[in-house]
Write a protein that binds this ligand. Structure first.
Ligand SMILES: [Zn+2]
Ligand SMILES: [Zn+2]
Ligand SMILES: [Zn+2]
Ligand SMILES: [Zn+2]
Length: 383
């Protein structure tokens, strides 16, 4: 069987591999999973993996000389939730790389790689369908990713082949819920870290310098909230540190973020500073580029937030004294039970995508660019 080998690596390059695919099967249209475990254990809104033929190989393998070396996985950490999947991520930069799947009936082990870690995807893998869309409560990212390579993507409620969920669907639980006034709760899968996005004020939304505060959808309706600015990023730094082509963040002032103190069970203001590690609040820091800090749950590997004090990054107001003014919260952590995975009562979706020129999955980027534009247009018609 002819094989095609693709390099896969994490952001810090401590973990680098070669992964084999049967050449005759390429390109592979694989699943984009929206399940609660995938979202909450990565911080991304969905997880795109592709099965490989065999196990991961060491980067030193030389397929041309038939020298295949089994990968050393000892520099990866693992997280196993209530499923048959062991999730592997880098112990330094927290990039998610592999799923090891135990097949219940045969007892066989299958491996799948996170497609954002692959050196190239064109002609190798693309998104073929959405799975576990029902777990989002509101369609999640599937409502921004309608088609791929000109083909409408099936949106399965659970695993592939189950009943489909229509576009603009809402779960009964969410439809019946009364709108809350407390903002948004977000947590990693193991619940080591829970954050609270504190509502912005009407005054914030009226101040043009506060670009991150978006007026309510319906200003006449007192229950309509000032919204948090949110967008999908395609930059290589997000891709390589999350193992995902699409990374989605809410931007808001540090003063509007609280973290749950597990001892008192109360939310306290988050305090981030370059000189102080965030370990006391359950976070582990990785500097992905100079003065850009990404913070992860050490237990389940979820990206929780990132922030920068690089003055060139045009943050208003500018960072002071090693502290950021604005921080970016990973949208995959949003508690879907309240208002859905997109939390649209509280979140304003920017009608553009960030750094599209850095996408390596160009077809996926174009699909999301179109999808998010169409959804913001339809939202404005509704109001
Ligand atoms: Zn790494
Ligand atoms: Zn999943
Ligand atoms: Zn966690
Ligand atoms: Zn980015």
């Amino acid at each position: 069987m002819a094989l095609t080998f693709i390099n896969a690596s994490c952001h810090c390059n401590l973990n680098a591999f070669k992964v084999p695919f049967a050449t005759s099967k390429l390109p592979i249209a694989s699943e984009l999973c929206h399940c609660n475990i995938c979202r909450h254990s990565t911080g991304t809104m969905a997880v795109h993996t592709v099965p490989i033929d065999g196990a991961p190989l060491s980067a030193e393998s030389k397929p041309g000389e038939l020298m295949l070396v089994v990968a050393d996985l000892s520099k990866l950490k693992t997280y196993t939730a209530q499923d048959k999947i062991t999730r592997y991520f880098c112990s330094v930069c927290f990039t998610h790389l592999f799923h090891e799947i135990k097949e219940a009936t045969s007892g066989n082990t299958l491996w799948a790689v996170y497609t954002g870690t692959l050196e190239r995807v064109e002609g190798i893998v693309n998104v073929g369908h959405h799975t576990f869309v029902a777990e989002t409560g509101d369609g999640g990212l599937a409502d921004h990713y309608l088609a791929s390579l000109g083909k409408k993507l099936p949106r399965y409620a659970q695993e592939a082949g189950t009943e489909e969920v229509v576009h603009n669907w809402r779960s009964d639980t969410i439809l019946k819920k009364e709108s809350n006034t407390n903002g948004v709760i977000a947590h990693c899968h193991c619940k080591n870290v829970t954050v609270h996005l504190v509502p912005l004020s009407k005054e914030d939304a009226q101040d043009p310098s506060k670009w991150w505060a978006v007026p309510p959808r319906n200003p006449e309706d007192p229950s309509s909230h000032v919204r948090f600015m949110c967008g999908h990023c395609f930059c290589s730094s997000c891709r390589r540190s999350n193992g995902a082509h699409i990374s989605t963040y809410i931007l808001l002032p540090m003063g509007n973020v609280e973290v749950l103190d597990k001892i008192t069970n109360e939310f306290v203001p988050i305090s981030l500073r370059e000189s102080i590690p965030s370990t006391s609040i359950g976070l582990k820091r990785y500097e992905s580029s100079p003065l850009v800090f990404r913070e992860y749950c050490e237990k389940c590997g979820a990206n929780v937030l990132y922030w920068t004090i690089d003055p060139k990054r045009n943050h208003i107001p500018p960072p002071t004294d090693g502290k950021p003014s604005i921080i970016n919260i990973a949208v995959g952590l949003i508690d879907q039970e309240d208002n859905g995975a997109r939390a649209e009562d509280w979140v304003y979706w920017a009608e553009y995508v960030v750094r599209p020129e850095e996408a390596i999955d160009k077809a996926g980027m174009e699909a999301v660019k179109e999808g998010v534009l169409a959804s913001t247009k339809s939202a404005s018609i509704v109001m």
